[in-house]
Design a protein around this ligand. Structure first.
Ligand SMILES: Cc1cc2nc3c(=O)[nH]c(=O)nc-3n(C[C@H](O)[C@H](O)[C@H](O)COP(=O)(O)O)c2cc1C
Length: 336
């Protein structure tokens, strides 16, 4: 089957979101997403992303975010000049739009100056963040866990949405992806990504079948060579499955999914965790309880599909192979 067979209708998408090798966005991962990983994701043909807060300089040093944006931009430009037939996908920067993120204004200014092409906003929808992105031609995707937040985000000026359904790694929703995508698609025809346990090309195709433009995957990328994670964390992702994940609000004040084994190693019973309220969220020093995030490892439920630590290029190749094979299999049902 030729590539032309797979051309997608992308007319409703802004230019920055068109022409990906497969319709996949690698989600921003706290601590884990560093330039090496983002560059590898973009070179593999999918949108790579990192949280701005991952770039943390020691006091008195110039902003590390600026150095990262320079590195990513230059490296992708070089790649595109050398490989005009398979250019890199654009990259995305994630902004945590929470009142405790004291760096937000500075980070917006830096990202505007570097003309970041895709902006992913989480935890708060604010018009001035969307305006900053639009001022440099950027596209904003806002992360939501229900239809109410989705409407609010679009009202405040986001261009598109990431629907974070049940089973997603890190901060996650509780709704079925079937229900969530259906409700959002009933009124919104703009860019829409689906997040939550998408770890195979088959689940990526399912997201597209439901009406999402993109799948949004994080946890499988933790088990890549380029991810900034301890080898024990990568191995735990490979060894674990959906039953090894616990949904808890204890670690950041927001409900999210974590590896049970990392919770028990930290001396807690993953099956009897107390709840925490949202007032305990604090991103002031660049993270929410950084110690907890370093010891308590986030992961979505899809990791049963992750069977080895591999390169990002190999992981994207697998998604691509599975996506095309599943598409061909289903297409045959309709044309046979
Ligand atoms: C370890 C970890 C850290 C995360 N950090 C962030 C973050 O800093 N910002 C953000 O918007 N989402 C973050 N997420 C959530 C992802 O954006 C995304 O919703 C999730 O990875 C998708 O589910 P999956 O992991 O099952 O693919 C994180 C997820 C994980 C697993």
């Amino acid at each position: 089957m030729t590539d032309a067979t797979w051309s997608r209708n992308e007319d409703h998408l802004p230019a920055a979101l068109r022409g990906l090798r497969i319709p996949l966005i690698a989600s921003p991962l706290f601590i884990i997403s560093v330039p090496e990983l983002v560059i590898a994701q973009c070179k593999a043909g999918i949108i790579g992303a990192f949280p701005a807060l991952n770039a943390r300089e020691t006091e008195g040093e110039p902003p590390l975010l600026e150095a990262w944006l320079k590195q990513i931009t230059e490296e992708l430009d070089r790649h595109n000049q050398e490989n005009p037939d398979r250019p890199a996908a654009p990259f995305a920067v994630n902004q945590i739009v929470h009142r405790s993120n004291t760096r937000l204004e500075r980070d917006l200014e830096i990202c505007t100056r570097w003309k970041v092409p895709v902006w992913i906003t989480s935890l708060g929808a604010r018009p001035e963040v969307n305006e900053a992105a639009h001022s440099c031609g950027g596209v904003v995707l806002h992360d939501v866990i229900n239809n109410r937040f989705a409407k609010k985000a679009i009202e405040k000026g986001a261009d598109g949405l990431v629907a974070v359904a049940a089973g997603a790694g890190g901060h996650a929703g509780q709704q079925s992806p079937f229900a969530l995508i259906r409700e959002i698609r009933s009124w919104f025809d703009g860019p829409l990504a689906l997040s939550g346990a998408i770890a195979t090309g088959e689940s990526l195709l399912a997201a597209r079948a439901m009406g999402a433009d993109f799948g949004y995957a994080g946890s499988p990328f933790i088990a890549t060579h380029e991810a900034n994670a301890q080898s024990e964390y990568k191995d735990m992702i490979v060894e674990s499955g959906a039953e090894d994940i616990v949904y808890s609000s204890l670690f950041t004040g927001v409900w999210g999914n974590y590896l049970k084994k990392s919770v028990s190693r930290a001396g807690m019973d993953p099956d009897n965790l107390p709840t925490a309220d949202a007032s305990s969220m604090n991103f002031g020093s660049g993270s929410s309880k950084p110690k907890a995030w370093k010891e308590i490892w986030g992961s979505g439920q899809g990791i049963g599909a992750v069977t080895e630590v591999c390169s990002t290029a190999d992981l994207v190749d697998r998604f691509d192979r599975e996506y095309r094979a599943a598409g061909a299999r289903l297409a045959a049902e309709f044309t046979g």
